[in-house]
Design a protein around this ligand. Structure first.
Ligand SMILES: [Zn+2]
Length: 93
């Protein structure tokens, strides 16, 4: 696959920085501790887990509501993020 980063509009490219601050916060660390079921909701693996927002924060999902959180493994998370980005690029919600 050719690199696509150069083709992204600046608004999209700037977003991860905002997210980083949140993911370093005390509240987020606590949400991770509180969240049960530590396996990937999609494939069931227990390795390389990421606590994911079911509805992404930039799509209006709640930051710390356990009902909006789920564990995903890295590959499943990447797939989901790519799908959400594609949906957003099409103008969908
Ligand atoms: Zn998975």
């Amino acid at each position: 696959m050719p690199p696509r980063v150069g083709g992204l509009p600046p608004r999209v490219a700037a977003m991860p920085k905002v997210a980083d601050r949140f993911y370093q916060s005390q509240e987020w660390a606590e949400a991770r501790r509180r969240q049960p079921d530590k396996w990937c909701t999609v494939c069931g693996t227990t390795s390389r887990l990421i606590l994911d927002h079911k509805v992404e924060r930039k799509d209006g999902g709640a930051d710390l509501d356990p009902a909006n959180l789920e564990w995903l493994c890295q590959p499943c998370h990447n797939r989901k993020t790519a799908a959400a980005r594609a949906r957003r690029a099409r103008g969908g919600r």
